[in-house]
Design a protein around this ligand. Structure first.
Ligand SMILES: Nc1ncnc2c1ncn2[C@@H]1O[C@H](COP(=O)(O)OP(=O)(O)OP(=O)(O)O)[C@@H](O)[C@H]1O
Ligand SMILES: [Mg+2]
Length: 249
């Protein structure tokens, strides 16, 4: 792996370019099922007609699994936002528009978002045990939907090719459910990075474009925040607990 071809380095993953292929190499800590689940979700989305970098193969080298996809020459929306902060609103509008388009599509083969959220809430550590039951009640009471939800719809997962065609990548968290929950997750991701203005502006744009109400999205906030607690990030914990604490017992 040549360092000049490295695109991104995460704690437990490295993404690099190899000619016209993009190689996402996972650390040994990832189970085989996690790798195949990410690749399978991605392929299901590809087959549902969403523009994604096509998966080429899943392979193992020196004990590490890799998912290989077509390399998209261009930039991420995150990078474009950094380079061009004056057009932040336009970039956020693009994000909200793309997300709304994806939510219009269906893919019955994906896992249920409600079930995923419920499972993650069961794994979350909460101070008040009554809170979990209340969260399950709220979750049960929200009507289910069948929208494709990305689960991590943030600017670094939007690839803008040189010909301006847009590809969406990074689908391990994809599920079928209510697009408003997916929007709540995006709002939370902006807020978690201290980007409160962007979070608010994104939410306004999402509601404007999708026709969903802010109430619809905010209703999911304590639920997606509680689910995210299952990741056990010490850095995020206090913030997430504050989002969950708004729930009346
Ligand atoms: N097919 C591709 N072509 C070009 N660049 C890519 C491609 N896939 C990923 N990238 C680049 O690599 C970065 C990281 O890839 P990806 O989002 O799949 O992994 P990740 O962010 O580590 O996953 P996670 O969000 O689950 O931590 C992207 O933000 C993008 O810059
Ligand atoms: Mg990513």
């Amino acid at each position: 792996m040549k360092s000049d071809k490295i695109i991104a380095v995460r704690v437990n993953k490295t993404i690099y370019r190899e000619g016209d292929r993009c190689v996402k190499v996972f650390r040994e800590s990832f189970s085989k099922s996690q790798i195949f689940s990410e690749a399978l979700n991605h392929v299901k989305i590809e087959e549902a007609g969403v523009t994604v970098p096509k998966i080429i193969e899943v392979t193992k080298t020196d004990g590490r699994w890799s998912i290989i996809s077509e390399y998209i020459k261009g930039s991420t929306l995150e990078r474009l936002m950094e380079l061009d902060p004056e057009n932040k609103t336009e970039h956020l509008r693009t994000l909200a528009r793309l997300q709304t388009e994806i939510h219009k599509k269906v893919c019955p083969a994906l896992p249920s978002l409600k079930e995923k959220i419920s499972r993650k809430i069961s794994m979350a550590e909460l101070y008040d045990p009554r809170l979990k039951n209340r969260l399950y009640e709220i979750l049960d009471g929200i009507p289910d939907k069948n929208n494709i939800c990305h689960g991590d719809f943030i600017p670094s997962n939007i690839l803008v090719a040189e010909n301006e065609k847009i590809y969406i990548t990074d689908w391990p968290h994809a599920a079928r459910g209510d697009g408003a929950a997916d929007a709540a997750e995006t709002f939370l991701r902006f807020a978690l990075t201290g980007n409160k203005d962007a979070a608010r502006e994104y939410l306004e744009l999402f509601c404007d474009i999708s026709g969903r109400s802010e109430k619809d999205v905010r209703m999911w906030l304590p639920l997606v925040a509680a689910a995210r607690l299952a990741n056990n990030s010490a850095k995020e914990r206090e913030f997430l607990l504050r989002q969950v604490d708004v729930v009346d017992l």
